[in-house]
Write a protein that binds this ligand. Structure first.
Ligand code: ATP
Length: 356
């Protein structure tokens, strides 16, 4: 197993800064995901770890050994790309065996390892198929087996599910997670899909413009986002602007319309004034006493409905209702919304930084 340590990493393309100064610690055996919008530098960083990209400054270490000057081949990495990059004239088994041939592994051992690798991605039964006779998902399974069979120190995956349809993506991410757990290989995974990242990762680094915004488990970054960017990028949220008041050590959130709630236990002591409040859809309940709103749109999604309502301030609030009825409200109908204050998070109105 291998830990990866990145210190003061900098990357420029023709004088343009892609990654200004990045630090990360990726633990032994961990499934670590680089997540962020297109152009934030995920692939750039992955390619630096792989050794395909030059580095302007900083260090990359595997197990505390600086490997900046090691060639990609000398880094002992397995890679899986968006395009499967299989050899079209070779069967699944031959494709997987290819990586072993250069490593002087005896024939019986090679056969055993190829079978185990194909087994771990549920492809043993198709080992004699050519890539042209496989679906995209099956080809990607073979590509994963090919990366795993060499028992690399580090497995690097760049958007491996992007070419697959939605249902296959969900199946494949389970396979990837299982195979990674079984092999225990330190894995760095790149995606722009936050749901995918949440589903597979031990920890996630959320990136924006070459800068790591937050590192944490899926639950940590969802429940306690470091800033407004993370709150909006991970899951859905409603951002509303409100005032916090301080009196005798008690913090209250003024929701408007004469409704104030005690939020002392969920916010840093002494904070007051104008703030942005992140309200997750599941923190909103219709009914009881609370904020007046008007239903704008209701979308039935099978297991639940998604409702968009407008507050008297003009702000929009989206929330969910789990009901067997496909239609709950008329458009324009009045509803009263209650907020679960335990689930709210707060950001500085100017900087967007968390003030929890
Ligand atoms: P995507 O999901 O779209 O691939 P990404 O987060 O992986 O995005 P990168 O591909 O790493 O982002 O790009 C980061 C920045 O570096 C972008 O501004 C991009 O335009 C720039 N960049 C990437 N590769 C090159 C290159 N070979 N030459 C010049 N600029 C590049």
């Amino acid at each position: 197993m291998t830990s990866i340590t990145l210190r003061s990493l900098r990357k420029e393309y023709n004088g343009q800064v892609a990654i200004p100064n990045l630090d990360l610690d990726i633990h032994d055996g961990e499934f670590f995901t680089l997540l962020g919008p297109s152009g934030c530098g995920k692939t750039t960083l992955l390619r630096m770890i792989a050794g395909f990209n030059s580095i302007e400054a900083g260090t990359i270490s595997f197990d505390d050994v600086v490997i900046n000057d090691r060639s990609p081949a000398a880094r002992n990495i397995g890679m899986v790309f968006q395009s499967y990059a299989l050899f079209p004239q070779m069967t699944a088994a031959k494709n997987v065996a290819f990586g072993l041939q250069t490593r002087n592994i005896e024939r019986a051992e090679s056969i055993r390892r190829v079978e185990a690798a194909l087994e771990s991605v549920h492809m043993a039964h198709l080992k004699d198929r050519l890539p042209g006779e496989m679906s995209g998902g099956q080809q990607q399974r073979v590509a994963l087996a090919r990366a795993l069979v060499i028992q690399p120190a580090v497995l690097l995956m760049d958007e491996p599910l992007s070419n697959l349809d939605a249902k296959l993506r969900v199946e494949m991410r389970d396979t990837i997670r299982e195979a990674q757990r079984e092999a225990g290989i330190t894995t760095v995974y790149v995606t722009h899909d936050q749901e995918e990242a949440m589903a597979v990762s031990d920890r996630i680094a959320v990136m924006s413009m070459g800068v790591v915004q937050q590192v944490g488990s899926p639950a940590e970054i969802y429940r306690n986002p470091a800033n407004r960017f993370v709150a909006e990028f991970i899951g859905k949220t409603n951002l509303i602007v409100r005032d916090l008041h301080q009196r005798d050590g008690v913090t209250t959130l003024d929701l408007g319309e004469g409704v104030s709630v005690d939020v002392t236990s969920t916010i840093a002591p002494g904070v007051s004034g104008r703030v942005q409040v992140s309200v997750r859809p599941e923190a909103v309940r219709a009914g009881g006493s609370g904020l007046q709103a008007e239903v704008v749109e209701e979308t039935f999604l099978g297991s639940h409905s998604q409702i968009r309502a407008r507050l008297s301030t003009g702000e929009t609030i989206e929330f969910l209702e789990f009901s067997r009825r496909a239609s709950l409200w008329e458009r324009g109908e009045k509803v009263v919304l209650q907020l679960d204050t335990e689930m709210l998070t707060y950001f500085d109105a100017e900087t967007g930084a968390s003030i929890m």
